[in-house]
Write a protein that binds this ligand. Structure first.
Ligand code: PLP
Length: 330
């Protein structure tokens, strides 16, 4: 089975499982798990931050970041289609009394910063207190323009806002351009990365920031029930992913490019958009349904017209899919 539904479907490899088997562990709530400590130290170093926190998921990581940056009655500005607004169950509002101010994103995932500025509330009893801007990199596979990030930071400085990055696929952005991870993370006060997507770990995310931010975040993690004990078994998989699976992400991007080319010659220009490890198809629903059924009948799992490439997909798999597309009568 070739599964293109998401890069969350990756299975830990034999070598990753071996590392998990051999991981030294301790009670992480006491700060005594050497594998968790090693992961947190390495992630902090890679993201150029003082400290980092191993958490159960990207959703928990973003929620902890929001709870740490904002108090009850505060507000964060966020993209209408950003994960931290749309796909996290309203957690910040439900659990933190934090109001979101969603705004439309530009097609490339950036925001109109004049629009953002116009939504920063003045200090007035009528308004929630605007405290934070949240960005996402990559967004729908697209990497945020560097110039936009610099300008967003300047806007935050001007208005005394914090800046959080939902970097679930941060390392796909790194693999797609010549920039260090420290440099790309530098403008942000906090950065969340997922270990369980392209990096191939079964579970986990990491939240990075200043020492003060992370000690407060650690308190929130415990309160949310996210204090884990011998978590080194899974942290070791995450560390393995950080050490071994970043450079290979470019291969996933190549696979996406190859398939985009094939689909574009089959269905015409404009029928497909590729960005890092994703392709988005833009076909009439009936045509897409035919393609989807053809794929499924041949053991290629696809769902909505977003196909995602990851370490479970080999060059042979790509050849097979290209062949399937080329032989489809449509
Ligand atoms: C997957 C994802 C998350 C959340 O990760 P989970 O581990 O599934 O909770 C957050 N943000 C973005 C952009 C994502 O793609």
């Amino acid at each position: 089975m070739i599964d293109l539904r998401s890069d969350t479907v990756t299975q830990p490899t034999r070598r990753m499982r071996q590392v998990m088997m051999d991981a030294p562990v301790g009670d992480d709530v006491y700060g005594e798990d050497p594998s968790v400590n090693a992961l947190e130290a390495r992630a902090a170093q890679m993201l150029g931050k003082d400290n980092a926190l191993f958490v159960s998921s990207g959703t928990q990581s973003n929620l902890i970041a929001l709870l740490t940056h904002c108090a009850r009655g505060d507000e964060y500005i966020v993209g209408q289609t950003a994960h931290t607004y749309r796909f996290e169950g309203g957690g910040a509002a439900v659990l933190g009394g934090i109001q979101p101010q969603p705004l439309d994103l530009n097609p490339d995932g950036s925001m109109d910063l004049e629009l953002v500025a116009s939504y920063i509330k003045p200090d007035d009893v009528h308004f929630a207190k605007t405290k934070l801007l949240c960005l996402e990199n990559t967004h729908n596979g697209q990497r945020l323009p560097l110039e936009f990030i610099t300008k967003a930071r300047a806007l935050c400085d001007q208005h005394n806002l914090q800046l959080h990055l939902d970097g679930a696929r941060f390392f796909n952005a790194i693999a797609a351009q010549p920039i260090s991870s420290q440099k790309l993370a530098e403008p942000f006060d906090s950065v969340s990365i997922c270990l369980s997507k392209g990096l191939g770990a079964p579970i986990g995310s990491v939240l990075a920031g200043s020492n003060m931010f992370i000690s407060e975040a650690r308190r929130w993690r415990k309160m949310l029930g996210g204090g884990m004990r011998q978590a080194g078994v899974v942290a070791a998989a995450g560390l393995y992913g950080l050490e071994n699976n970043i450079d290979r992400l470019i291969q996933d991007h190549r696979h996406a490019e190859q398939l985009a080319e094939t689909l574009s010659s089959k269905f015409g220009q404009g029928s497909v958009q590729q960005a890092t490890n994703m392709i988005h198809l833009n076909l009439e629903p009936a045509r897409y349904e035919k393609l989807r059924a053809h794929m499924r009948n041949n053991d290629v799992m696809v769902d909505r017209p977003r196909w995602v490439f990851h370490l479970g997909i080999s060059p042979q798999d790509i050849d097979k899919i290209i062949n399937l597309i080329n032989t489809l009568q449509i």
